[in-house]
Design a protein around this ligand. Structure first.
Ligand SMILES: [Zn+2]
Length: 244
């Protein structure tokens, strides 16, 4: 009999993949909405993604309160920026996984007027455009960390109905329908940003058209996500679970 799909193992693999592909370093995180409790999500305790084990995964309310409060005070201190996750789940019932990262090539697009837009078919999943959230607009001078639900909710408005948003001088947030989807978009957000910077050196860029983006998104289903996931999981030294 096939082994049952284990959501905790899947989120561990997601962390390892994002670290191995250079999307997160010692910081950044990925969560999943609880499969049986849509008002909760699963996220690691505060730890570098490359080091995360199944025992690090913690359950939170959408407000960012750990279900096991005692553990949170001792061994399982939460990420300061966990509010990003709950705020997006709260405002987007269609979203089941969220990634927050400081993906290096995306940063220049958050601090200049150049818009990050899909230019490669594999990158269409990042959305028609990638809106920018500037914490300074509402919150003034801060350490730029999303350390409250008020900040999380303000940020959550920015992707709108889309898949991703940049955070000025900080990083990016990605919203997906599954863990594999949010990891896929996060990786191709970085790929697109890097290619766009290279192409800008060469001349005027012809981005994907709106129709092309829609056509690619319409055919990006489990086959594509699973094919990429198998490769990235193996590369990160993790097994691939059967899903979909
Ligand atoms: Zn951050």
């Amino acid at each position: 009999m096939a082994k049952q799909f284990d959501i905790v193992e899947e989120i561990v693999t997601a962390n390892r993949i994002l670290a191995n592909e250079g999307i997160v370093d010692s910081f950044g995180h990925v969560s999943v909405r609880h499969p049986k409790r849509p008002d909760r999500y699963l996220l690691s305790r505060a730890r570098a993604p490359e080091r995360i084990e199944a025992s690090d995964i913690v359950e939170f309310t959408l407000e960012g309160d750990p279900i096991d409060a005692k553990n949170a005070k001792t061994t399982h201190a939460p990420y300061t920026e966990r509010f990003i996750h709950g705020a997006i789940y709260e405002s987007r019932p269609d979203i089941h996984s969220v990634v927050h990262n400081h993906s290096p090539s995306t940063i220049p697009f958050g601090i200049t007027s150049t818009k990050l837009k899909p230019l490669l078919h594999m990158c269409a999943s990042i959305g028609h455009d990638v809106p920018l959230w500037d914490s300074h607009d509402e919150f003034g001078d801060t350490a730029l960390l999303v350390n409250s639900m008020a900040m999380g909710r303000d940020l959550a408005k920015r992707p709108g109905k889309g898949r991703s948003a940049l955070m000025r001088g900080h990083g990016a947030v990605v919203a997906g329908t599954s863990i594999r989807h949010s990891v896929f978009i996060s990786i191709y957000l970085e790929v697109n940003a890097k290619l766009q910077m290279q192409a800008m050196q060469m001349g005027k860029i012809k981005h994907l058209t709106k129709g092309e983006i829609d056509a690619v998104i319409a055919r990006t289903g489990p086959y594509t996500l699973n094919r990429a996931w198998e490769n990235w999981a193996r590369r990160a030294g993790r097994p691939m679970q059967a899903a979909d």
